[in-house]
Design a binder for this molecule. Structure first.
Ligand code: NAD
Ligand code: LMR
Length: 342
């Protein structure tokens, strides 16, 4: 029931009331890269959450206006703006969840890995500041290439002696959102009911929707499986090409990231029934990081759901083996970058 109404679910299940019968929302969320294409709509959606007390918006430029604009919405959270490196530490102090969409997006013809040279440094610098100022926070990495930026973040946190693998997440929610949308369209299902686990990583063939595990149970022809899998894997490129040089997915990404933030806050708030897919440190396969369904709890990843990998179809099993070399290389590239910089 999470897909279409993450905010409603939070409202229904996690409201707490203060003495004067107002909802008491108590979590602090920071968005790093908040003036960007994802950052702005994401900040708006987080501003609507009843679980958020304070929203810290950080960017290297243009964040003052975004914060002034947002602060006029009559929802409970207070919005504070922070610009540039001198204000980064203050942006992170006391924060429960840090979301990082800072970095450059793709243009037509580029792969996500083509963003590595610029975004690796941005993520490294920002995660160093997270380690210094809010090492206990949940960290949501959106900046691409996620298959490499998450290992970079892990190495940086390790070097700082504060790495908690349960609290570092590569955000792959958009892959699930897309899979749910495309499957519901193709099979004429009610959107709210559809849930497709997406495993592996977040680039090309490393994105593997497990259509055989779709809930509710649906049967697909081989042709449908092929078409849906390829569309889900190429959905980011579909948007990049449609935007024709003006960037990549921002609105659907903001929607997906806000869902993952809301799920994290519900878990922090004690809801014992929170499941999402994310790219995390994992022992599900021989790779050190892997996206799969996880159970979220107060301390981060409470469990990695291994049952999704049992009873795969032949198509899924082959696709799983085929994605491993690329995902392994992307992970190793991130680790090598961070170790070289240390
Ligand atoms: P954008 O260019 O519109 O915005 C990026 C923002 O980051 C800008 O406001 C910029 O000023 C800021 N920024 C740059 N360097 C910074 C730094 N050092 N500190 C703080 N802020 C900094 O780009 P966008 O469309 O919002 O995309 C952002 C990133 O998200 C890209 O890398 C893109 O590939 C990625 N992305 C990931 C997913 C996913 O599913 N994980 C989906 C869509 C986009
Ligand atoms: C997406 O999947 O939309 C993002 O990773 C952005 C991109 O470059 O495709």
């Amino acid at each position: 029931a999470l897909q279409a109404s993450f905010a409603c679910k939070a409202q229904n299940q996690s409201q707490r009331y203060s003495a004067n019968n107002q909802i008491s929302s108590s979590f602090k969320v920071a968005v790093l890269g908040a003036a960007g294409g994802i950052g702005q709509p994401l900040a708006l959606l987080i501003k609507m959450s009843p679980l958020v007390s304070t929203l810290h918006l950080y960017d290297i430029a243009n964040v003052k206006g975004v914060a002034a604009d947002l602060s006029h919405c009559n929802t409970p959270s207070q919005v504070l703006d922070f610009t540039g490196t001198p204000e980064l530490a203050a942006a992170l102090k006391g924060v429960d969840v840090v979301v990082i969409p800072a970095g450059v997006p793709r243009k037509p013809g580029m792969t996500r890995d083509d963003l590595f040279n610029i975004n690796a440094n941005i993520v490294k610098t920002l995660v160093e500041a997270v380690a210094d100022n809010c090492p206990d926070a949940f960290i949501h990495i959106i900046s691409n290439p996620v298959n490499s930026t998450v290992p970079i973040a892990a190495e940086v946190l390790r070097q700082k002696g504060v790495y908690d693998p349960k609290k570092l997440f590569g955000v792959t929610t958009l892959d699930v959102v897309r899979a749910n949308t495309f499957v519901a369209q193709k099979k004429n299902l009610k959107l709210i009911d559809v849930d497709v686990p997406v495993i592996g990583g977040h680039a090309g063939i490393t994105i593997l929707p497990l259509l055989s595990k779709t809930k509710p149970s649906v049967s697909f022809t081989d042709k449908e499986v092929e078409e849906l899998t390829v569309r889900i894997q190429n959905a980011g490129t579909e948007v990049v090409d449609a935007k024709a040089g003006a960037g990549s997915a921002t609105l659907s990404m903001a929607y997906a990231a806000a869902r993952f933030v809301e799920s994290s806050l519900r878990a922090l708030d004690g809801d014992g029934d929170v499941y999402e897919c994310a790219f995390v440190q994992s022992e599900l396969t021989e790779l050190p990081y892997f996206a799969s369904r996880i159970k979220l709890g107060k301390k981060g990843v409470e469990a990695i759901i291994s049952s999704d990998l049992q009873g795969l179809t032949e198509y899924e099993q082959k696709a799983l083996e085929a994605l491993k070399p690329e995902l392994k290389a992307s992970i190793e590239k991130g680790v090598a970058f961070a170790q070289k910089q240390a």
